[in-house]
Design a protein around this ligand. Structure first.
Ligand code: GUN
Length: 300
C-alpha cells in the first residue's frame, strides 16, 4: 500500500493562518506589531529569493518586515554595528542574518552577536545549549517544522525509534535534540555510519537531511515508517527537455512511498514549513519580550 503523503504546503498555510490570527490579537489587544529584521549581505541569487519570500510572508501575516541589504564588501564591523542597532530596537523582535555570508565575514561571530532572545534562527550558541539541555530556547526553523508535522501525524512520539540521517548544526543535531526531548530513541546516522541501510530500516521515523539527492531508497525504509525529507536538490531532468532541472529530496520518493506509512514530498513537504516556523518563532519572541503567554502549538 502506498504511504500517506504529508502535505507540508497545507500545514504551513495552517501555521501562517494561526500566526496571522495571533498577530491581529496582539495588535488589537496590546497595540503590539511583531517585527522581523532580515539581513542579506551580497547578491547570492538563491539567498535573494529566500529573503524576498520571507519578507513577503512576514507582511502577509501582518508583521513588520525590515530588510537590510548590504553590499558584498561590507566590513565585519559595519555588520556587527547593524546587529547591535537591531538588538537594541524594541520594534524588532526577530533578527535573521541570511547564510552563507561572504568569506571575509566570520559566520560564528556574526550569529553569536545577535541577542539570543531575538535569534529566530535558533543558531546562537546560547540557544543551541538551551535546546541541548532541554530548556526554553529559540528552535531552528526547519527542525521545528519537521517536529510539528511528526507530532501532527503520530500524536505522541514517545518511545518511537527515530533515525536522523545527517549531522549538520542547522538540521541534524537540533532535530535529534528535539526528538529526544519528545522521548524518542534517537540515532544520528551520517556518511561514516556502518550498515546505515539497516540502521534506517529499524526506525519508526527517518529524517533525511544529508543533502544527497535520492540517497535513501525504499529498501532502507521499514514497513510503515514515517519519512521526513529535508533535502532540496536540483537534478537534471532531460525528460522535461534539454537543460531542464527538477527538485528531489534526499529520499527516493517513488520507492520509499511504497514501503513507508507516511512521507513528505519534495517540493511541498518540509520546505514550506521553514518560513512558516520563522514567522512562528518571531511571534514567540515577541510574546516573550512583552511577557505575554506564548502561542500554543507553535513552539517545541
Ligand atoms: N540559508 C539557508 N537556510 C537558512 C536559514 O534557515 N537561516 C539562515 N539564516 N540562512 C539560511
Amino acid at each position: 500500500m502506498s504511504a500517506t503523503i504529508i502535505d507540508g504546503k497545507a500545514f504551513a498555510a495552517k501555521v501562517r493562518a494561526q500566526v496571522a490570527d495571533e498577530v491581529s490579537q496582539l495588535k488589537s489587544e496590546h497595540n503590539i506589531t511583531p517585527g522581523l529584521a532580515v539581513i542579506l549581505v551580497g547578491e547570492d541569487p538563491a539567498s535573494e529569493v529566500y529573503v524576498r519570500n520571507k519578507g513577503k510572508q512576514t507582511v502577509e501575516v501582518g508583521m513588520n518586515s525590515y530588510e537590510h541589504k548590504l553590499d558584498a564588501s561590507t566590513s565585519e564591523a559595519d555588520l556587527l554595528a547593524l546587529i547591535d542597532q537591531l538588538n537594541n530596537d524594541p520594534s524588532v523582535h526577530g533578527i535573521l542574518c541570511q547564510l552563507p555570508l561572504p568569506d571575509h565575514l566570520n559566520e560564528d561571530l556574526v550569529i553569536n552577536s545577535i541577542a539570543p532572545e531575538k535569534d529566530v534562527d535558533g543558531f546562537h550558541i546560547s540557544n543551541v545549549g538551551l535546546l541541548g539541555t532541554g530548556q526554553k530556547s529559540m528552535v531552528p526553523c526547519t527542525p521545528l517544522g519537521c517536529l510539528m508535522m511528526l507530532r501532527d501525524h503520530h500524536g505522541s512520539l514517545s518511545g518511537l525509534n527515530a533515525v536522523v540521517v545527517g549531522r549538520s548544526n542547522i538540521v541534524g543535531k537540533p532535530m535529534a535534540n528535539l526528538l529526544l526531548r519528545d522521548s524518542c530513541t534517537v540515532t544520528i546516522a551520517h556518511s561514516r555510519t556502518k550498515n546505515i541501510e539497516e540502521v534506517c530500516r529499524a526506525a519508526d521515523i527517518v529524517v533525511a537531511a544529508v543533502g544527497r539527492p535520492e540517497m535513501i531508497t525504499g529498501d532502507w525504509i521499514g514497513k510503515g515508517a514515517t519519512v521526513i525529507d529535508v533535502g532540496i536538490n536540483r537534478i537534471p531532468a532531460p525528460e522535461r527537455g534539454e537543460g531542464k532541472m527538477r527538485l528531489v529530496g534526499d529520499a527516493h520518493f517513488d520507492s520509499a512511498k511504497e514501503v513507508a506509512g507516511a512521507i513528505t514530498p519534495v517540493p511541498g513537504g518540509v520546505g514550506p514549513m521553514t518560513i512558516a516556523c520563522l514567522l512562528a518563532n518571531t511571534l514567540t519572541a515577541c510574546a516573550r519580550a512583552n511577557n505575554l503567554p506564548e502561542p500554543e502549538g507553535l513552539t517545541a
